[in-house]
Design a protein around this ligand. Sequence first.
Ligand code: APR
Ligand code: ZN
Ligand code: ZN
Length: 361
Amino acid sequence: MTHQVRAVVARGKGAPVSLETIVVPDPGPGEALVKVEACGVCHTDLHYREGGINDDFPFLLGHEAAGVVESVGEGVTDVAPGDFVILNWRAVCGNCRACRRGRPQYCFNTHNAKQKMTLLDGTELSPALGIGAFAEKTLVAAGQCTKVDRAASAAAAGLLGCGVMAGIGAAINTGNVGRGDSVAVIGCGGVGDAAIAGSRLAGAARIIAVDIDDRKLEKARSLGATHTVNSKESDAVEAIRELTGGFGADVVIEAVGRPETYKQAFYGRDLAGTVVLVGVPTPEMKLELPLLDVFGRGGSLKSSWYGDCLPSRDFPMLIDLYLQGRLDLDAFVTETIALEDVEKAFERMHGGDVLRSVVVF
Ligand code: APR
Ligand code: ZN
Ligand code: ZN
């Protein structure tokens, strides 16, 4: 059997997305068909539409999603029809060198659904990040589904599937933020704000938010920042040092993805502190640092890939914290929109007042 559903498709480089009817096959071995309930609009979707990822148009966009498993294929035992799940874009293999060494977050043998979703004329779709959830139903690998408590709002839960997990994970997994630590977060968009929320969860005593936009700083405060620095008005490094008794922060999280903000992170940390790069640089960007400073300052420089998350460990835990009122995921949902409004959400993305627009079905 196949299913015909409405979906948001990017047909060509830079062209506005269109609402299409697509054909979704029943799940094959190891696959699951998910009825999507909500899916956030992420910068990466726009990046796909602009041709910045690759040229495999048409793309079926959307990847920050939660929904209910409708049916599963042969051999699927981890999830069952009726389960409320968050989708992830890294279903690890379990067999490669990284997986066998207990570091599945570095598995690059990840897999998506094998069968193809298509347009009505049979043209194969490339699902964004192997998910494609701006669709009433989508086909994924069962390993991309993590069951969580049904009591969570789908709009909030879906955000854990990408940007919010990246930020929280940068703090709690990669940065290893601990009780009493001082943390600085440079760049307070969705990812940086999530790093702030994660630092608060981890028990950081001092959380310094750095941004160039006062509105962002205000929002950061509501998520747990104890101090804010507008780095257009004052020097970020000096301000961070001043707020940490002259030392610098134990952990600095860079959530912009630019050489100048990375430098601020590098010099804004305490000797032997940790810098976490979660902002994604472009291929042209280069970083120049005196090697003597790298040597002399010690500590560690890390990058955070998908928040170093393990969906099966992190998603249910974070949903529990959310349901207990200890992690405000709803704060990341700026607006809920209809499927036909994804293009408008792309336009609003650069306005500075939207953390996440979320399509709710
Ligand atoms: N210094 C400080 N903050 C800055 C600077 C700067 N020079 N330039 C931009 N910012 C702030 C913006 O004002 C905004 O609040 O960084 C924030 C970026 O937020 P978003 O554009 O909403 O991006 P976000 O979704 O948070 O992602 C941030 O992480 O995962 C990556 O690809 C993603 O590189 C991106 C980064
Ligand atoms: Zn693997
Ligand atoms: Zn994303």
